[in-house]
Write a protein that binds this ligand. Structure first.
Ligand code: NAD
Length: 485
């Protein structure tokens, strides 16, 4: 049976059971490609959060006392089940988010099982420090925090949720996860797989709902010892204001306004193809998408013409079709936000070189939320279009003359998540990489990911790092035991 007909109500996963919200609040869940409501998702209340925290607290002693190998074996099992149900999860992610089926198949769902497998394998690196001096041994215990929360956004729903949950569980914590209320479906399917994997009740709980209701109840709960959040900068600021006075551990992965710096000596064809992807992949709704494209003047005209021509050829369409390059953006509200940003760019004096409005996709998608890939030039770096995150298929172009100027342009925003730098000059690459204010610099590439590397932003793009050892360290407290003998 197609998923659209089989999931009417998404349920919470609490204490190992799939349960409805206690106070009966539900939100409509839309399919972005059609605009139709296809299911309902709980808008859980403080009572549901309380129940989840109690279940997690009850599970914590047993889970935290298991060996690393035992915990890892559950993670491996979940990864295997995600792979087994790959096609169903791909269909669900595409339907729930609007992204092309092929993107969910190539990126989102394979990466979700990889997250579990990667962290299950990290057990091999589980180590601790010891310092010896005459008749004294210092040994550092790495202890789990207790009950923690992982709050994730809608753009890469299962991918970003599992990226947080897997290391938290491996290190011995019990988790309350809150997926985005806009894209809850794959988290619900994951809950079913965790039950099948035999994960002990209460170790992992998923409480669905809006940020205002469920999210606030979670972050304010005194039983939650750490908050790992990925989402918008404004939400992150609010969460920090609630969590910091409680002295909970906090990791914030926030918004971006990422620059691409393109020097004339780059590998032009590779740069052009990659820049097209970094601009429009996932409808521009990846925190790492480059939205400000700065090009050395010598090749600016050629780049502009080629880039616009390639952008025009991208096919916006039904996410289910193999030929579709861009599917729907995630919601009506988000579509309106993107279209509003394009109108603002025009009012700021920007010249729209291609796109610039909604895309009409007929047939079953005539009510869906589509936006044309849009390229704009002629704006200053200080205007709102180049300062505020749009998070859609909209990029701006601007020429530069000198390396100094390129660095200044790259750094001219409040954000500092990622950046791409295109040059064959290795000395320049290192010089510029050192000076760009960003947590990630790609040289001659984009979204090349090694899960062992630190991932995160500076300035208003976040606090802390995920990935590899950084994530393992976030999810524990170190305790030094000093033995005199
Ligand atoms: P959002 O901030 O609106 O929501 C993110 C999550 O936070 C959702 O689950 C939401 O329900 C929850 N939330 C909202 N208010 C809350 C509150 N008061 N308390 C607790 N939880 C609350 O973000 P979004 O619109 O879902 O996602 C898009 C944003 O995420 C963009 O800004 C994008 O750049 C950012 N993002 C960042 C990264 C990164 O790694 N830095 C990755 C992906 C997305």
């Amino acid at each position: 049976m197609p998923l659209t007909q089989s999931v009417e109500k998404i349920l919470n996963y609490i204490g190992g059971e799939l349960v409805a919200p206690q106070e009966g609040g539900w939100l409509d869940n839309f399919e972005p490609a059609t605009g139709a409501v296809y299911s309902q998702v709980p808008d859980s209340s403080a009572a549901d959060v309380e129940r989840a925290v109690a279940a997690a607290q009850a599970a914590f002693p047993g889970w935290s006392q298991l060996s690393f190998e035992a915990r890892a074996s559950y993670l491996f099992r979940i990864a295997d089940l995600i792979d087994r149900d790959m096609s169903q999860l791909v269909e669900a992610e595409s339907m729930d988010n609007g992204k092309p089926l092929k993107r969910a198949a190539e990126v989102d769902i394979p990466r979700s099982s990889k997250n579990f497998r990667f962290y299950a394998g990290a057990v091999l690196n589980a180590r601790t420090e010891a310092y010896t001096s005459p008749q004294v041994l210092n040994v550092t215990l790495r202890q789990p925090l207790g009950v923690v929360t992982c709050i994730s956004p809608w753009n890469l729903p299962l991918y970003l949720l599992t990226w947080k949950v897997a290391p938290a569980l491996l290190m011995g914590n019990c988790v309350i996860a809150k997926p985005s209320e806009v894209t809850p479906l794959t988290a619900y399917l994951l809950a079913q797989l965790c039950r099948e994997a035999g994960l002990p009740a209460g170790v992992f709980n998923i409480v669905h709902g809006s940020g205002g209701n469920t999210g606030n109840a979670i972050i304010g709960h005194p039983g939650i010892k750490a908050v790992s959040f990925t989402g918008g900068t404004r939400t992150g600021r609010h969460i920090a204001s609630v969590v910091a006075p409680q002295f909970k551990k906090l990791s914030l992965e926030l918004g971006g306004k990422n620059p691409n710096l393109i020097f004339a000596d780059c590998d032009y064809d590779k740069m052009l193809a990659t820049t097209l992807r970094s601009s429009f992949a996932n409808q521009g709704q990846i925190c790492l998408c480059g939205s400000r494209i700065y090009v050395e003047r010598g090749i600016y005209g050629k780049f502009r013409d080629d880039f616009v021509e390639r952008s025009r050829r991208l096919k916006v369409g039904d996410p289910r079709l193999a030929e579709t390059d861009l599917g729907a953006v995630v919601s009506r509200v988000h579509q309106e936000k993107i279209l509003g940003a394009i109108e603002r760019a025009k009012a700021e004096g920007g010249k729209v070189l291609c796109g610039g409005g909604p895309a009409e996709v007929g047939g079953r998608c005539s009510g869906g939320y589509f936006v044309q890939p849009t390229v704009i030039e002629g704006l200053s770096e200080q205007c709102a279009t180049n300062q505020e995150e749009i998070f859609g298929p909209v990029v701006t172009l601007q020429p530069f003359d000198r390396e100094e100027e390129a660095v200044a342009l790259a750094n001219a925003t409040q954000y500092g998540l990622s950046s791409s730098l295109w040059t064959r000059d290795l000395s320049r690459a290192m010089r510029v990489a050192e000076r760009i204010e960003a947590g990630v610099v790609w040289v001659n590439g984009w979204m090349v990911r090694d899960l062992r590397t630190p991932f995160g932003g500076v300035k208003q793009s976040g606090v802390g790092r995920e990935g590899g050892d950084d994530a393992l360290s976030f999810w524990i407290e170190k305790k030094n035991v000093c033995i005199s003998y």
